[in-house]
Each structure stands twice: as C-alpha cells, then as structure tokens.
Design a protein around this ligand. Structure first.
Ligand code: CUA
Length: 336
C-alpha cells in the first residue's frame, strides 16, 4: 500500500478533531435519532437482500456444476416450472420489502412532524453567499436579536428553525441534529430538531451555492436552558463601550471608514445589514462562517485581505496603516 492514501486518510480523520464528530450516525437528539435508525434499517434490509441474492447465485452455480459432474439429463419443462416459482417468489418478496420500506418511511415522517407545543424556541436563519444571518424573534422588537454565523439553541426543547435565502439556494445540515433543509429565496420553510446535551455541533451548507460553498459552516452551540437564557440576555445588550483610548479610536475608524457601510453594531450608528452583524463579534468561535478560528491575528488577516482567504467574498480588502489596524482590532476584540 502506498503512503499517499494512508496519509490522506489520516488528514481526513484529523479534520474531525476538536469539534464534536460531525456525523449523521452519531445522533444527539430525537430527530437525528429517527434519521439514523431509518438509515440502519435500510442498511440491514439491503445487506440481507444482498447476502440472499449472492447466496442464491452461488447455490445455483454449485448445483449446475454438480448436475454436469453427475451427467444428469436436463429437463426443460421442470426447469421452466422452477424458474416460474423462483421469479414469482422473488417478485412477491420484493413487493413485501418495498411495502416494508414504505411503512417504515411513513412512521419516520410521522415522528419527524413539526411538534405542536407551546414550549419551543423559534429562530430564523437566512443564507447568504457565503454566510448566515440569524434572528432570534421576540414579540417586543427591543428584545429581538440579530446575529451571524453561529446558532445558539437551548437543550431539551424543540428548536424550530425558519429558513430562507437572500440570494441563491443554500441548504442547512447539522448531521448530528437533523436532516437537511434547503434555504430557498422568497420562501420560508421550517426545520426542527431537539438537542439532548450541551455542546458545539457542526453544521454546513449542503447545497452548492457558488465559489465558497465549502466555506459556509455554522457552529451550533447548544446550552442548558438556564445558560441559554443567560446567553440571550447578553446577546440583547448593545455593544460594549470601548475600554480605552485605543479602542475608542478603533470605533472612530470603524464608523468613519468602509466597515460601517456593510456591518451593524448595535448601540452605534452602524446599522447596515449587507454583511454579518458584529455587535458581539469577539464572542464568536470562528470568522467568516467557520473559515478561520476567531482571534486577533486571523481577524487582522481577514480585514486586510479577505479575497486571499475566501476568494469571491463580498468583503473587500481594506488597506489600513498599522496603527489604525491595531486600534480597529482593539475595538473589535472588545465586542464580547
Ligand atoms: Cu451556501 Cu452552499
């Protein structure tokens, strides 16, 4: 065996390190559990059908050789009768198996119906090329939260995610939590799941949506209910005041430069929704929809030359003198 496939295999496995294994076969809630059990059922039936077919073929070949070895005379009428019986039984079994799939599928569809319960949270996710905007609705407009590129949910109760798209068709897939749901422009659909235990689960755009489709990930952060309430309360707060003169200068650079043309920061005059909301940017795990781990160095690289990191992104390169960049990073780094 050459070293190359082995090495590629190691790289593929290493890619899963850190975050929880992004796999439909490791369900973390009832919806993904139903999908996984449907998959195991289909695999078991398909395996049984495959083994029975290969077994019958081997048996037929062995019998033909034995007959030839014994020099038995062929009997076309008898062979025809046997063939008729074999084809009829095979056809009937196929119908029974397909009916079995149909019934199992209906049962799964029933189990996956959107639950009608008052006790749930509703969140809206809108796909963009190539990032996600997330809204946490509330009857009181002052309590609504707009965020981006990270989905926060409570554990233990159904989460109804209303999905739509701003531009082309995207698809939201958190394999450990639920099946895929397409995000279609001018159409709102609902995906639901329930998470059993707190943790960070990977989600990914699962519909080819252009050049940077692969760099359109969405960490799903599941909190215990009390922690979720705390997170939501923090998310509702306007942006933190700059803590020192450097960060204050950074805010001026943000508001007077090109940044404010596309991004919103609650509590400041910046209110554009062209790009991702930045009010609590520093508390996010990643930058640019899962493209880079969040940190000062990566943020600097992203601001200076996003086209090198994610070619085609709507974010233009921003040439800044080092002192201005440092001040801007100080301001953005304080947006907890
Ligand atoms: Cu969005 Cu692929």
């Amino acid at each position: 065996m050459s070293a190359r496939p082995l090495l590629l295999g190691c790289v593929a496995l290493a890619g899963c390190g850190g975050a929880r294994n992004q796999s439909a076969l490791a369900p973390e809630g009832p919806v993904a559990g139903e999908v996984a059990s449907l998959w195991w059922f289909a695999l078991a039936v398909a395996t049984a059908v495959y083994l029975a077919t290969v077994g019958a073929l081997a048996w037929a070949a062995w019998r033909a050789r034995r007959r030839a070895a014994r020099g038995e005379a062929t009997d076309p009428a008898r062979d025809h009768r046997r063939m008729t019986v074999a084809v009829s039984v095979g056809g009937a079994l196929t119908v029974v198996i397909l009916l079995g799939f149909f019934v199992r599928d209906l049962a799964a569809a029933r189990a996956l119906r959107i639950p009608v319960t008052r006790d749930h949270v509703k969140i809206r996710v809108t796909g963009h090329q190539w990032w996600w905007s997330i809204e946490y609705p509330h009857p009181d407009p002052s309590q609504r939260v707009t965020d981006a590129n990270e989905l926060h949910v409570p554990t233990g109760i159904p989460v109804l995610v209303e999905v739509t798209s701003h531009d082309v068709i995207h698809s939201l897939w958190a394999p450990n939590l639920a099946g895929k749901k397409d995000l279609i422009p001018r159409y709102v659909d609902t995906l639901w799941f329930q998470v059993d235990r707190p943790g960070v689960y990977g989600a990914q755009c699962a519909e080819f949506c252009g050049h940077q489709h692969a760099k359109m990930a969405l960490p799903v952060v599941a909190h215990a209910p009390r922690d979720y309430a705390g997170w939501l309360a923090r998310a509702r707060r306007p942006a933190a005041e700059p803590s020192d003169s450097m960060a204050r200068r950074g805010r001026e650079i943000f508001l007077s430069g090109p940044c404010a043309l596309c991004h919103a920061i609650t509590g400041t005059p910046a209110g554009s929704r062209v790009g991702p909301e930045l009010t609590h940017l520093a508390s996010r795990r990643t930058l640019a929809a899962g493209t880079l781990p969040n940190g000062k160095g990566n943020l600097a690289a992203w601001i200076l030359d996003p086209q090198r990191i994610k070619p085609g992104t709507a974010m233009p390169a921003t040439a800044l003198p080092p002192a201005d960049l440092e001040a801007l990073l100080a301001y953005l780094g304080g947006l907890q």
